[in-house]
Design a protein around this ligand. Structure first.
Ligand code: NAD
Length: 345
């Protein structure tokens, strides 16, 4: 019988993992390892990214265990090399960044992940951030709770744009970008997308932009939804922001590495951009004296876009279905290293 370590944390809890596993593989034996995310922030550990936890504690917990079902534990080269019973790592995140894929492959350990698990949560947050930026909700709330009634923001030169009738430029059209597009179309926006890997037809109301510069130059609201890669790090810098029309809005709920935040703050300080909103930041946590926190018309949230009850449950459900397929001799749907199971990508 397969033994599964439920290495949950305080978001995708061991109980959420256990409930999902019970639906898909009720006969599994389980053990529990409690992780500390988000009480402790995500960090680099032993060559893997965005992880929390102690490698030695994980090695000890993986003794006699076939499957590590985790969210944020560090599945480093050292952990994998010292866990000889391990056959499958299931990371229930959109990208298995806290697992060393190459080490898993070398040791014959299959690795699965959970793409799209928080696409709905992140979509809803992205749209909320567009609205928060355009309507300056956080800023007006802060002034009011500080005792200031700022009715002067009703002056013509102070008011911002509406979304209906304006153009939205989406950079990246994957799980989240395509969902954001549907909502912005419903708001009455003209939606243009730039995604060099985009294939196939687009739905009504969504157009393909031939290049990034053209997209930026045509959009009142630009929102980033690309995955961060070596090729697109720093994609939006001073030159790109200068291409955006004066008075436009920039939103980043994807990854901090896509955007030059100094250039963003400069464009807000100069008034070139009307407003901006970011859920992802150049360093996380952000130092309390960082310029971003003092830049006008910049709304920030602490990397929370993917946080919802359903995202945790769906993450566990996608992972548990793959564990059940693996335990029954089948092929998991979301393999990150298919070569381990003798199949091509
Ligand atoms: N803030 C959060 O809490 C949170 C939560 C989930 C995902 N995210 C981030 O949101 C982003 C989108 O996630 P997703 O699930 O939609 O990913 P996805 O893989 O489904 O889609 C990403 C898209 O980016 C495109 N892309 C790659 N390079 C590009 C480039 N140079 N220019 C334009 N497009 C490019 C890809 O072709 C793909 O269609 C990712 O950066 C992800 O890390 C953030």
């Amino acid at each position: 019988m397969v033994k599964v370590l439920l290495a949950g944390d305080l978001f995708v809890t061991p109980q959420v993992l256990a409930d999902a596993l019970a639906r898909h593989l009720p006969e599994a034996q389980t053990a529990v390892l409690q992780g500390a995310f988000p009480e402790l922030p995500l960090t680099e550990i032993g060559g893997v990214h965005e992880a929390v936890g102690d490698e030695d504690e994980l090695i000890a917990a993986l003794r006699g265990v076939d499957v590590c079902f985790t969210h944020t534990h560090p599945l480093t080269e050292r952990v994998i090399a010292n866990s000889p019973d391990l056959k499958l790592i299931t990371v229930c995140r959109g990208g298995p960044v806290n697992a060393d894929r190459d080490a898993a492959t070398r040791h014959g350990v299959a690795l699965t992940f959970a793409p799209g698990r928080n696409a709905t949560a992140t979509t809803e947050h992205s749209v909320a951030m567009i609205l928060a930026a355009v309507r300056q909700i956080a800023q007006r709330h802060g002034e009011l709770t500080d005792g200031q009634w700022r009715g002067d923001y009703y002056r013509y030169e102070q008011v911002g744009p509406e979304l209906a009738g304006e153009t939205a430029g989406l950079v990246g059209y994957g799980a989240i970008g395509s969902r954001v597009a549907r909502i912005l179309v419903a708001f009455g926006m003209r939606v243009r997308v730039f995604d060099p890997y985009l294939r196939g037809e687009l739905p009504d109301g969504v157009e393909r932009a031939a290049d990034l510069d053209g997209l930026l130059a045509s959009a009142r609201v630009v929102t980033l939804h690309a995955r961060l890669t070596d090729e697109n790090r720093g994609l939006i810098g001073a030159r790109e922001i200068a291409l955006m029309p004066s008075g436009s809005v920039l939103v980043n709920c994807a990854r901090g590495g896509l955007l030059d935040y100094d250039a963003l703050c400069d464009a807000l300080d100069s008034g070139h951009l009307y407003a901006a909103a970011c859920d992802v930041l150049p360093s996380e946590p952000l130092p309390p004296d960082h310029r971003i926190l003092h830049t006008p018309r910049l709304t920030v949230t602490p990397h929370l876009a993917g946080a919802s009850k359903q995202a945790a449950q769906l993450a566990a459900d996608i992972g548990a279905a793959d564990i059940a397929a693996f335990a029954r001799g089948g092929r998991p749907l979301h393999l990150a290293n298919p070569e381990v199971m003798g199949v091509g990508d």
